[in-house]
Design a protein around this ligand. Structure first.
Ligand code: NDP
Length: 381
């Protein structure tokens, strides 16, 4: 039977501005990196896309190399469009990227104009689309002038093959340079796609500030640390999970070292009446500079669980403090009154990032300052 989207699909999902731009993204977006390739069950991927759209997820993120094999996620998404979603094309934000290896020879990866534009043509063909909404440079290329890669993005937009330009995995300084070049070219940068989760916080050391100043949105990829920030690995590595698959990017040896923190975070999430996955997602969304969190899922059930996060997006100060302590790995040291200066020495240089908790404009302290303040308060009590 022909798919009919849920008429209530816009009832629950918040849509956030992407930086200063008019385009809004759903608070939760769906990525097709894993579980949508040629090796995966097509009907499962199709069911996830349909359910996602019914839940208000309007943004689907792809890249030329998603699969395996590379390209197969775009092919499968093209089929899903044809079978189900094509009537809703104007309600969808579809993105793709170019940067990683796609074909042999000197023009099959990185950031040359030749590679970027050929790759976009191939992506459009695989997805059977006239245009994508966002075309990304997937990674910075140390051997190609930034101008060349940015000119390729600008050209893609001018050709009408992409509506907006984006960058992914660019460190703060390079992101700023890219933004300036794109502005000069007349195709300003819409969005940056960095890895960002409770376990991966490099963006807090400058990138988010740059994006804020430049009016660029951000979409956090792997917000669940590929599944580590869920209750999935609490009792080992289950069969069928990403860490158990030979083609997955989460390796078994990454699981064990994280489990102690995962257990503590899971306990805190349960106290909040949420799953750990839900808490990890809304913890990112508390910062208004994060336009969307870009999740992956291997089942409709996971997708529903994750969207359920939006029912409780508030954190108390005490919960935020507990999360910081758990992530610092010093929970027990603080309890045993280890001098706080010792803890702070291990923290990265304090960053003066501004964070907004629940739409309240407030200057949140850096991680180091946060622990220091906490210790001062504890001493007073
Ligand atoms: P996540 O961190 O959200 O991890 C997704 C995985 O976590 C799922 O496949 C599933 O693992 C597990 N999971 C999700 N929800 C639940 C739940 N509720 N309960 C238990 N387990 C759960 O994101 P991804 O790493 O998949 O990345 C998301 C997207 O980000 C990609 O699809 C892609 O679009 C983008 N991305 C971009 C990159 C870039 O360089 N720009 C790089 C990587 C990703 P399992 O399969 O084991 O069930």
């Amino acid at each position: 039977m022909q798919y009919q989207a849920d008429s209530e699909r816009y009832g629950q999902m918040p849509y956030n501005k992407c930086g200063k731009w008019g385009l809004k993204l759903p608070a939760i977006s769906l990525g097709l990196w894993h579980n949508f390739g040629g090796v995966d069950d097509f009907e499962n991927g199709r069911a996830m896309c349909r359910r996602a759209f019914d839940l208000g997820i309007t943004h689907f993120d792809l890249a030329n190399n998603y699969g395996p094999p590379p390209g197969s996620a775009e092919e499968n998404f093209g089929k899903i469009m044809q079978l189900d979603l094509a009537p809703y094309r104007d309600e969808l934000i579809i993105s793709t990227k170019a940067g990683y290896l796609m074909w042999p020879g000197p023009y099959g990866e990185w950031g040359s104009r030749k590679y970027m534009l050929s790759s976009l043509d191939q992506s459009l063909k695989r997805m059977n689309l006239d245009y994508v909404d966002i075309f990304y440079s997937h990674r910075p290329d140390p051997n190609t002038p930034l101008e060349e890669t940015m000119m390729a993005l600008d050209h893609a937009v001018r050709q009408g093959k992409a509506l907006y330009a984006g960058i992914s995995n660019y460190p703060a300084k390079m992101a700023l340079m890219a933004s300036k070049i794109l502005k000069e070219l007349g195709t300003p940068c819409l969005i940056h796609q960095p890895k960002y989760s409770m376990f991966e916080r490099w963006v807090e050391d400058g990138l988010l500030n740059v994006l804020d100043r430049e009016g660029i949105g951000s979409i956090a990829f792997s917000p669940l640390a590929q599944g580590l920030l869920t209750d999935k690995y609490l009792n080992g590595i289950p069969e069928g999970s990403r860490a158990s698959k030979s083609w997955g990017f989460l390796k078994p040896d990454q699981v064990e070292p994280a489990i102690e923190k995962v257990k503590l975070l899971n306990g805190l999430a349960l106290k909040r009446g949420q799953t750990l996955a839900q808490m990890a997602l809304v913890w990112l969304l508390k910062d208004s500079r994060v336009s969307s969190v870009l999740i992956g899922a291997s089942s409709v059930k996971q997708l529903e669980d994750n969207v359920g996060a939006l029912k409780n997006m508030k954190f108390t100060n005490s919960e935020l403090q507990q999360i910081e302590l758990i992530l610092s790995g010093e929970k027990f040291a603080v309890k045993k009154s280890v001098p706080i200066e010792k803890i702070i020495k291990k923290e990265p240089a304090a960053s003066k990032e501004k964070a907004v908790v629940q739409n309240t404009e407030s200057t949140a302290p850096s991680r180091g300052d946060f622990i220091l303040n906490l210790a001062k308060r504890t001493k007073k009590q």
